[in-house]
Design a protein around this ligand. Structure first.
Ligand code: ZN
Length: 488
């Protein structure tokens, strides 16, 4: 198996990926909070971890990819106070919270399919795992790292930090957090302002609430990923991923929760994708540059000069390394659109090349370079650069400057098929006949050839039979001088 190097946010180093139980690989990625349409900020983590998921499978790992849906417990401003994001939307629109959840889960799935990201193996919801979350919280209380006040349960960060290291992922120090947050203390019922909620007591008007040993309430946002990660991937699993914006507090709190509950580290590798900026600015509703994926695909937003196809967006995101920031602009997207078109045409040209007996091309070199780039922390921009270089090979064979034999031609074809389609997950959007349609067309063409053969052999019974039977199916054959055409 290829030696895959990935960046581990926990050690802040690149490390060789060594799964706990090869050939199995466990991957948990924080999914969306479903209270609005998916936007650009959702596209990058989903594509980054789709790339990882695809590559691990390509390398032969049996991957269990879990990506959750947050449908309860994520309060405004990622804080422990304020309204539940989904509950608020439901209140404003006067519908059931689960109608909001269903609507935006469906639209998220549709957008992810448009971006050609593979569905995870398990997609658990927070509301479907209240019991598991309560069990984890009970363990944390039993181990002495949480306290109950008025029906709410809070994680005791200071106590935890005496034995373990709170801040090990984000590099933050508790002393600094202390001095930064002290003035915010007010009527807060928490012992310390940086303690976080594991369970919140629900006020009478709060809609989404469940019974618990501490009264009616709902789980804190961080509890779900700990509970579901452990449930589906075990006490110890390989990779946990998400956007860098989740590193603190969400993932830091997840580490604290699982360590406090189990007395050991759950996740071996933490991976984070960097953020997207738009024309150099952070995306935000107040800045007027908040773009949903549907707006990008339709071009229906004042800062967009045109519509951008899902594959243009995917290709654009893959043209940057997942750990670097990525700036969206019309110019950059237009360049991606052209670049992707060139690669797709290049692949079509490979299919037309005829092998010769002589060979001056070393296609194995291109293959090694592509694997080398992927193995170096999923360096997709470098893979793409190598695939562009490969186009030069194709051009020089086409023009007769170089010669390629069958063996090298097959390697070349496989490199593009594997990297362009299977690993980078791109597809040819200009080929708008869907696969079934094109198979159907080929089958009818095949029947017409058989009919022509029958005619040539003066077997008119067979040729008439094919014509009549196709006619019954609504396929009309029109004989021309040089063969036949058909229409439906
Ligand atoms: Zn999460």
């Amino acid at each position: 198996m290829e030696k895959l190097i990935i960046h581990n946010s926990l050690t802040n180093k690149k490390e060789e990926f060594k799964p706990l139980n090869p050939p199995f690989a466990g991957l948990y990625v924080c999914g969306p909070t479903v209270y609005g349409e998916a936007h650009l900020g959702h596209a990058r983590p989903s594509i980054t971890f789709d790339l990882l998921f695809r590559y691990l499978m390509h390398l032969g790992y049996k991957v269990r990819y879990v990506r959750n849906i947050t449908d309860v417990g994520h309060l405004e401003n990622d804080a422990d106070d304020g309204e539940d994001k989904i509950g608020k939307k439901a209140r404003l629109e006067q519908v059931e919270p689960m109608e909001i959840v269903q609507l935006y889960t469906n639209s998220y799935h549709k957008n992810m399919e448009q971006l050609n990201t593979l569905a995870p193996n398990i997609e658990p919801t927070a509301s479907g795992h209240i019991i598991e979350q309560i069990e984890i919280i009970k363990k944390i209380i039993d181990n002495g790292y949480a306290y109950v006040i008025d029906g709410s349960v809070y994680f005791d960060v200071e106590k935890y930090n005496k034995k373990y290291n709170y801040g090990k992922l984000s590099g933050r120090k508790l002393e600094d957090m202390f001095s930064n947050t002290r003035e915010l203390e007010g009527q807060d019922e928490k012992k310390n302002p940086f303690d976080f909620a594991l369970w919140k007591n629900a006020s009478p008007e709060h809609i989404m609430k469940w019974n618990s040993p501490w009264g009616e309430g709902f789980p804190g946002w961080h509890a779900e990923c700990t509970a579901m990660g452990i449930k589906y991937l075990g006490d110890e699993f390989d990779i946990h991923g998400g956007g860098m914006d989740l590193l603190f507090p969400h993932h830091e709190c997840e580490i604290a929760q699982s360590t406090a509950a189990l007395g050991k580290e759950t996740v071996k590798y933490w991976m984070h994708n960097n953020m997207i900026t738009i024309n150099g600015k952070k995306m935000g509703k107040s800045l007027g540059n908040f773009i949903t994926l549907n707006e990008l695909f339709s071009g229906n937003h004042k800062i967009l000069k045109q519509a951008y196809s899902p594959m243009t967006i995917r290709f654009f995101i893959l043209q940057a390394h997942y750990r670097s920031t990525l700036n969206f602009s019309n110019e950059a997207l237009q360049a991606s659109e052209k670049g992707l078109d060139r690669l797709m045409k290049g692949y079509e040209n490979i299919k037309k090349l005829n092998p010769s007996n002589d060979n001056t091309i070393n296609a194995g070199e291109l293959k090694d370079k592509c694997y080398g780039a992927m193995n170096e922390d999923l360096n997709s921009p470098l893979v793409i650069a190598h695939l562009f270089d490969g186009l030069k090979i194709i051009n020089s064979v086409e023009s007769g400057k170089e010669k390629i034999d069958e063996k090298n031609l097959n390697i070349l074809k496989t490199v593009y098929e594997n990297f362009l389609f299977n690993i980078l997950g791109l597809k040819n959007e200009t080929d708008n006949t869907d696969n079934k349609d094109s198979v159907f067309n080929d089958v009818v063409d095949l029947l017409l050839k058989l009919r022509q053969n029958a005619k040539n052999n003066k077997d008119f019974a067979s040729s008439d039979y094919i014509r009549d039977e196709l006619g019954k199916l609504g396929i009309i054959i029109k004989d021309k001088k040089d063969g036949a055409e058909w229409e439906m």
